[in-house]
Design a protein around this ligand. Structure first.
Ligand SMILES: *Cc1c(COP(=O)(O)O)cnc(C)c1O
Length: 441
């Protein structure tokens, strides 16, 4: 097989697959499409806001970091672009000339290639199956794998030889500088670099690590990781290995720690318009002002589908966890925990109706949630209900007091606070049952 030429490539691929008889079946994520939407519950994705957030990041990164020029930006689109729909977000970022994309899974990368995305895609998860079989798909789809074990390097080298490729396949190496999760331990990198140095048919293009505490005001752990990273780079140099791109920064680090801006940065959450400084009080002014300019990309809305008047003493929902202390008007909305509205919002938090907050009452059930609209004059069947994002109040004379006319908003941060989680989980939780509608203003 090693004697075949480039023109034989298709048959080589087919032979390789038959010989191994076990090609990977990649499962495409399925999600509800707008055309399937009978229910008024939907997530509106504002692609203009994605572009805006990329510009905000670009501007923020122009100030001095580690390298002479501003770092390139590799947008993180794992988990279906944090629930926003990866193909649409990728197309938007590609048109806005982002440098590259990162995903966690091979499946996620293949989905983007199938959607016609041609810019570099880094597959960060590092899992390519017990026999590293996924590396064949990596080559086939022109993806860049993140590797951290000598066996993975050997396997990629074998595949490369078998295929007689014209260009050297590139890979990035991940080192564990203090997260203790994934990547080569600093004690093993010399052995890894020995193997890499033996395989010049591959291109060691990038060196990366991931920060554990970049969203923490205490810089100690981040500085320790930076020192470990510098040490690993030095050891690579001693093996005469100089990767083109070093990168370590997520959104929080890219904005708050200029010392983490190497050749590239890997923002995720900031691209979706959510501040990475959740629950953090002390943040550098520049970072805070940049994160303040971010615009939320996702808005989740539904409508009131039922209304009922309860007498004092009447109870609502499973296990009667909420009881009316006075006559109350209760609205039902068709969204529940199966849609990603976590059940821990039961009797907590609120939704927006006519620009005002209606508290969630009773437990969130699988498909339905109940809210108290007693204090919202005129609340009616078919009214829009905003679960996440902002809502313009109706124009006078629909509202009685003209005082309360500013647009209200429910943020991912607010939901995270109520439910003891982080905004990342709030947006990625919105399930595939909720169709995504794209707006491109
Ligand atoms: C998710 C992820 C990021 C992006 O993190 P944000 O906090 O969303 O910016 C960057 N790097 C790696 C390795 C990740 O897994």
């Amino acid at each position: 097989m090693s004697g075949t030429t480039r023109s034989d490539r298709t048959s080589v691929d087919a032979n390789a697959h038959h010989a191994d008889d076990e090609t990977i079946r990649v499962l495409r994520p399925r999600r509800a499409a707008p055309a399937d939407a009978v229910r008024p519950t939907r997530a509106e994705i504002n692609l203009g806001a994605v572009r805006h957030n990329l510009h905000v990041l670009r501007r923020a990164l122009q100030t001095q970091g580690v390298t002479a020029s501003a770092p390139s930006i590799w947008g993180v689109l794992k988990a279906d672009a944090y629930g926003h729909g990866a193909p649409a977000v990728a197309r938007t970022l590609e048109r806005a000339k982002i440098d590259g994309l990162c995903v966690a899974l091979l499946e996620e990368a293949i989905e983007l290639r199938s959607a016609g995305i041609t810019i570099p895609i880094l597959v960060m998860g590092g899992y390519f199956g017990p026999a590293h079989r996924g590396l064949e798909e990596v080559l086939e789809h022109d993806l860049t794998p993140v590797l951290y074990h000598p066996d993975q390097i050997e396997r990629l080298a074998t595949l490369t030889r078998d295929r007689n490729l014209e260009t050297r396949p590139a890979f990035h190496v991940k080192v564990d500088t203090g997260m203790a999760r994934l990547g080569a331990a600093p004690t093993n990198v010399d052995a890894l670099f020995d193997v890499i140095a033996d395989h010049r048919e591959l291109e060691f293009r990038g060196l990366m690590s991931h920060l554990a505490c970049a969203d923490d005001p205490e810089p100690g752990p981040t500085n320790l990781q930076l020192r470990a990273f510098a040490d690993v780079r030095e050891r690579a140099r001693r093996h005469r290995l100089v990767p083109q791109v070093c990168h370590i920064a997520n959104s929080a680090a890219a904005l708050a720690y200029p010392s983490t801006r190497f050749d590239a940065v890997r923002p995720g959450i900031a691209l979706y318009g959510v501040s990475p400084f959740f629950g953090r009080s002390s943040v550098a002014d520049a970072a805070l002002s940049a994160s303040g300019e971010l615009r939320p990309v996702m808005r989740v809305r539904t409508e009131i589908v039922a209304l009922r008047d309860l007498a004092a003493g009447d109870a609502v929902g499973y296990c009667h966890t909420w009881r009316a202390s006075s006559p109350r008007r209760i609205a039902t909305v068709p969204m529940g925990y199966a849609d990603g509205l976590t059940r821990s919002l039961s009797n907590k938090g609120a939704m927006l109706v006519r620009g005002r907050r209606a508290p969630i009452v009773g437990v969130v059930s699988m498909d339905l949630t109940t809210i108290d609209v007693t204090d919202i004059p005129g609340a009616a069947l078919g009214d829009e209900v905003v679960v996440l994002g902002s809502q313009e109040p109706p124009r006078a004379p629909l509202i009685a007091d003209n005082a309360d006319r500013t647009a209200a908003a429910i943020t991912a941060e607010e939901i995270a606070q109520h439910t003891g989680t982080i905004p990342w989980e709030v947006v990625t939780n919105i399930s595939r049952r909720v169709p995504r509608f794209y707006r491109e203003p």
